[in-house]
Design a binder for this molecule. Structure first.
Ligand code: PMP
Length: 431
């Protein structure tokens, strides 16, 4: 320890102090440039006169509807894809688990936080997907961060889809591995990159998502499996939005393509969407799960998933097994919404029949005004504004659920196209 300490001291002292330029100290958040940028953006938004679209308070369970300010709205802004949050069996399972185990497991599972339902849910997820085993973590974001951050490091390479979620990018940064995005869904470009540089790295981890949560398109997993096999790389698929929504029974991308789930090295998913809970999982081989169980920092040094959350996810998956028609209904509703948008001439980008359907306005202010007008009609949908996406890609993002009625869908698309035409006219006229 002394030697290590000395090395650090010597290298820190190696650069003469005089060479370091003096910087203005910042000891209050108000001084941070990023805070001032945030304030400027908020002020700009305020100047439009449209209310802040963030942190809206929802006073009810959110599925096909929500309650805001005491008023019921049709909701297209929740991940409750299968209506499992609020399902009586799921709520009851969570309440029973609290009665039996309390509200916290009060320790890391490794030491004394292990409950019977942890293992039950892990086995259920593995069986549902078709792999050996799985491991639960307390947050979906944390699952990506800690797993990616832990499995690769210096001397390794991460190649991820250009549209990968923030949790994947953060995990990659944490890992210390070299990180390179490849063009969205472009397995041929990935193949070319690997042919060129694979030999320079020990481990190569390719990361894609099942369904992409901004655009509603999905990944050609079999092609990525072929590439990863060709180059002896590992493939990780984030199923946050495909678990419960893709495949006949909602088992995800492996079921959708009819492939052997074991051909993907790492399946990741979140329990905050179709599974009506929160937390994440990693599913795959026994060796992968065993390594993570004993060594992944975000698992070992973090409390176990709370009983209510575990029981809710378990009940949601069991309910899905009993009621697979929910997945069919979700698909049918999503396809109807997409078709109606296309018939109305709305720009739905790359959306491909998944429950994520953007309506691209190409202008943040139009997206903001459109969402506000829809709220006036009793429809809640979130605008996605610059800088979350490029200004030209500003949009409303509709999330469908199996609980939406055809009538709700027809009404929403009709109102959207009505207001967009009006706003479009106003924009063109004022230009
Ligand atoms: N991965 C993807 C692709 C996501 O979209 C999200 C969040 N929506 C996460 C991971 C993080 O999941 P959670 O919200 O459950 O933390």
């Amino acid at each position: 320890a002394d030697a290590a300490h000395q090395t650090i001291t010597v290298s820190a002292d190696a650069r003469p102090v005089a060479e370091e330029p003096a910087v203005e100290p910042e000891d209050r958040v108000e001084q941070f440039a990023e805070y001032r940028r945030l304030k400027a953006t908020m002020e700009q938004m305020q100047m439009t006169g449209v209310p802040n679209p963030y942190f809206t308070v929802h006073e009810s369970i959110v599925a096909d509807t929500t309650v805001v300010n005491g008023k019921e709205l049709i909701s297209f802004a929740s991940y409750n894809y299968l209506g499992m949050s609020g399902h009586p069996d799921v709520s009851k399972a969570a309440a029973d688990a609290v009665q039996r185990y309390g509200t916290s497991v009060s320790a890391s599972r490794l030491v004394s936080g292990e409950k019977p339902i942890h293992g039950q849910l892990e086995r259920k997820i593995a069986e549902f997907i078709g792999v050996d085993n799985s491991i639960l973590m307390v947050g979906g974001h944390a699952t990506n961060e800690t797993t990616i951050g832990h499995l690769v490091g210096e001397g390794d390479l991460i190649l991820h889809d250009a549209l990968a979620h923030n949790s994947i990018v953060q995990g990659a940064l944490l890992s210390g591995a070299r990180r390179r995005p490849f063009p969205h869904n472009d397995y041929a470009a990935l193949d070319r990159t690997l042919a060129e540089i694979r030999s320079k790295y020990r481990r190569v981890l390719i990361i894609v998502e099942g369904v992409y949560s901004m655009d509603g398109d999905f990944c050609n997993v079999p092609e990525f499996i072929a590439v990863k096999k060709r180059h002896r790389a590992m493939l990780m698929v984030d199923e946050a939005h495909s678990f419960g929504t893709m495949g006949k029974h909602g088992r995800g991308m492996a079921e959708h393509y009819g492939i052997d789930a074991r051909d993907v090295d790492i399946w990741m998913g979140t329990l905050s969407k179709s599974a009506a809970s929160c937390g994440g999982y990693i599913a795959g081989s026994n060796a992968l799960v065993e390594l993570l169980r004993y060594t992944a920092p975000g698992f070992v040094f973090s409390v176990g998933m709370p009983p209510a959350q575990v029981a809710a996810a378990l009940a949601a998956i069991e309910t899905l097994e009993k009621e697979p028609e929910r997945v069919d209904r979700l698909r049918q509703r999503s396809e109807l919404f997409l078709q109606l948008c296309k018939d109305a001439g709305l720009d739905t980008g790359a959306s491909a029949g998944t429950p994520v359907i953007p309506v691209i306005t190409g202008n943040s202010m139009v997206a903001l005004r459109l969402s506000n007008r829809l709220k006036g009609d009793g429809i809640n949908v979130q605008p996605i504004l610059y800088p979350a996406v490029d200004e030209s890609a500003a949009r409303l993002r509709f999330f469908l659920t199996s609980e939406h009625s055809e009538q709700q869908i027809r009404f929403a698309v009709e109102r959207t196209s009505h207001h967009l035409a009006e706003l479009g006219f106003a924009t063109a006229a004022s230009a």
